[in-house]
Design a protein around this ligand. Structure first.
Ligand SMILES: Cc1cc2nc3c(=O)[nH]c(=O)nc-3n(C[C@H](O)[C@H](O)[C@H](O)COP(=O)(O)O)c2cc1C
Length: 199
């Protein structure tokens, strides 16, 4: 299946067969996330793969009781890694200390940029969310091309999910992605026309 076919045939899947997803396929799907583009190549994402039945039940409870979260063979917590931005600031400083000696003026600009941009909370959150979203949709399209179904889930109690998954400091769960062999083939949901979405 080529990319356009995957884009056109993808649907949110909320009913799954019990059949487990082979680990090899889960790895290929995560690999699609790994290859995604990101702002300044920060790769500011982390993923937690959940297959344990008890944990999926608790995740369902934290996700407003959405049944398919428990029923999907795999749930991938797609997380923003805030440390990735701090790391970039550190790398800039390291580069300067390693004797890559640009002019003093350039060095000051570099560090300022690092401090001004990479540590601006709004920028970090927006860039970070963009990066995680791209990686997540890479996984969605890869899963579609492998005959698997997915559904993005954002309706959940984030602090509860983070506690359940023992998410380390600096990591924020943005979405849960359910994954498994589809047990339904829903029609396409309506979309606005091209005229409505272009100007
Ligand atoms: C960021 C995001 C969050 C979503 N959260 C949920 C959710 O919590 N529960 C759910 O059933 N669907 C969720 N969806 C799926 C949307 O409802 C779905 O994509 C939309 O209705 C269009 O349908 P389609 O994906 O089949 O084309 C979410 C989708 C996105 C992109």
């Amino acid at each position: 299946m080529d990319v356009l076919e995957a884009i056109e045939s993808r649907r949110s899947i909320r009913k799954y067969r019990e059949e487990p997803v082979p680990q090899e396929l889960t790895r290929r799907i995560l690999e699609a996330a790994r290859l995604a583009p990101s702002t300044s190549n920060t790769q500011s994402w982390k993923f937690k793969v959940v297959t344990d039945a008890g944990m999926k039940r608790r995740l369902k409870e934290a996700a407003l009781g959405q049944k398919f979260v428990e029923e999907a063979p795999v749930v991938i917590a797609c997380c923003l890694d805030l440390e990735a931005f701090a790391e970039r600031g550190r790398q800039t400083v390291k580069l300067l200390m390693r004797g890559v000696r640009p002019s003093l003026e350039m060095a000051v600009r570099f560090v300022r940029q690092g401090k001004g941009k990479e540590f601006d909370p709004e920028r970090v959150i927006i860039n970070g969310a963009i990066n995680v979203s791209i990686a997540t949709e890479h996984m969605v399209l890869a899963a579609t091309s492998l005959g698997l179904g997915t559904c993005w889930v954002r309706a959940f109690d984030a602090p509860a999910v983070e506690e359940l998954l023992e998410v380390p400091e600096g990591i924020k769960v943005l979405t849960l992605l359910t994954l498994g062999y589809p047990a339904q083939s829903p029609g396409a949901r309506p979309r606005k026309s091209l005229e409505e979405i272009t100007f």
